[in-house]
Design a protein around this ligand. Sequence first.
Ligand SMILES: [Zn+2]
Length: 716
Amino acid sequence: MNRLVSGWFYDVMSLRLIAALEDMGVTELIVGRRRHTFLQDESAKSVSLKLRGSNVVFYHFGSMTEGTTTPSMGSDIDTLYCNDGVNIMSGWPEWERGRENLLMVKHETCSPQHYRLQEARRDLPLPLTQPYDEYCVTDHDGKIYRSNKGIGHRVRQINADANLPYFHAGPSHSFSEMYDFVPAYRCRTLPAECDSWFTRSRPENWPTLEMLQVARELGCFLIPDGHCFSEHSDVEWRVSPSLIERHLMFSMETIHTQCYVTLKLLKKDTINPYLNGNGKLTSFHCKTALFYAREQLLPEMWTVDRLFDCIMYCLTLLRDWTTSGHCPHYIMDEVNLFDGKIDSEQRMHLHAILTIIIDTHLAPLAFVKTDSLGVRLLHNVYTVAIWDMTPRRAVNQGITGFLSGFGNVQQMTNVRDILHFTAGCSPDAMCLYLHSLITQPLQQLHRHRSEQDLCRLDVVNRDSLIRYLQQHLASTAASICLQHGIQIGSRIWSWYSAAMNTDVASTRLKLASMLYCKGDLQLAAVVLEDVERRYDNTVQAMCGCGRMDPLVKKPREAFTEAVNDENINVLSTNRVAYCVSFLPQEAFCVPPFLHYEMVRAVGDDIQHSHPADRDWMNWAVVDSRPFLHYLQYLTFRGLGFRHRQKQALRSLISSNLDGFRHGQLFHPETALHLATHCMEMENRPDLALQGYLASQSRIPRNNAANWHIRRLTRIQ
Ligand SMILES: [Zn+2]
């Protein structure tokens, strides 16, 4: 069937495939949301590290960031962390005194994509002559090279010390199979291997001259990953132009993304299951085909009615490469991407499979099960109701909910990482530390002229991080005042005020808690009423204490429905309620009952705590909804409003039951303790004891219930 004959068929099927892909969330809006969320997180992490004086910069790469995935693809989250403290030189003139300097050396044994890194002195622009640790490898000619094994060994040791699992794949070292963390250094100069890409002729003018100029600025990384066939792979570092590739992907339109996603679905469901052996076609092979197709095809080919033609073109490119045995890297075309991935026998299989897909005009698409693509295509052909298919709106809500959960949890994790540094500080020292952070000007991250959006995000993220820190600064400073009977000054009020919009509830509840402890019950009641009014059924509880895995936890439908109707930014701080956390330095702003949470470990309990919980084991952390009703109970009790006090108790109990039933409580033991404490105040120690015993039976260690049981059984 030539193009003339197949024309009508391809046109119709292209439109149906696009409808099916849009049903799966491959739309401009969802792709934009994915990109924004991950770039936002990349910037927030890097800003948070910069505030702490670190030279490490985070980058997210891969399908999650590019938006080239679907809910059922099971894509992991690829992160690269670049140590900008190390000066990677292409020649001795780039040497810098006092810095860690490494010289890129193109050794005769290195493949086109690999370099060795020669150790250099810090005081003089000369090679190092004596190794200083076991990761310095001395060659037969006496030169000392940096091994690529050191970083991985250190990560494995850190994970072992923290009792965390360790996963290793290629250059990635991680605590989870779903997260890839790749260490890197930044090449100061673009390696010569990339030169030909900039100068080769391009009839269709893609990438444009502007894009090439930006690409030059973005440069390359070196990552610790030797060539698969090299005898000296442990001293080789691979050139990675991931930032350039990401820039190219971000320049793609939705039609290109849809072409790439279809190739990946075919790879996953149709090609790799039929490839014998351990090798496989990777997403990167598909992406390479897309880059070449984007460069070679006329712009008018990339239209919605010609998607089938574009996919066929990419598949034909891949098949041609299986014939030649060389799959050329898009930027360094001497590099063969089949090396180490697909051997010659598998290439023959791959050739045969690709031939079938091409000759049958993409018929295997009808059998793709991932995200029910095949079913969706049939549905769009026959317009019949198919049961096994999630409607488009529900798919979009699911993706948006995941993105919002991910973005918010990461945001809170950044704050927790900063507060982690205050462990053991006196309240005064903590105030000084936090104050120094919030008044520190934003140090320039490693940004290029082209990254204006990221620069803007850096400013937004810095302001956002500062808001969270002001919440803790205000509470710590107020705690010092309450402890010493000093009046709370205007600066402290202004910090509370500046932190008010971290989310719907946490800062307001901390303010109400302080007012209650101060004895200002009238004002506390006003603040609590404000929180209750804002906390409608579209508000989602979020936890950054390691108890909410956004890859697993689904936010409530009312929340995702509301966020799905909003803009590209899914953080939606006006719809989320974070856990409320009090550090020991804030003790005088917390109702005394919660002090027990700050000493929840009894004996050697801490050794048995979950690694993710250790950062906050001596904090009082509570879900915002039950804490709201607990504070209402205390406040109305103090004001003598018995009717409203009883109402607050009923709400507290129902927030426990609802939250527990729907998995919306992240600190259920603490929420239960608040309710049982109210039982004590209602003069029902028998019920309270039952509650504490239930809590203890669920969480025997690191649980304040152990103290409460001792307390109550001593009284009885
Ligand atoms: Zn939490």
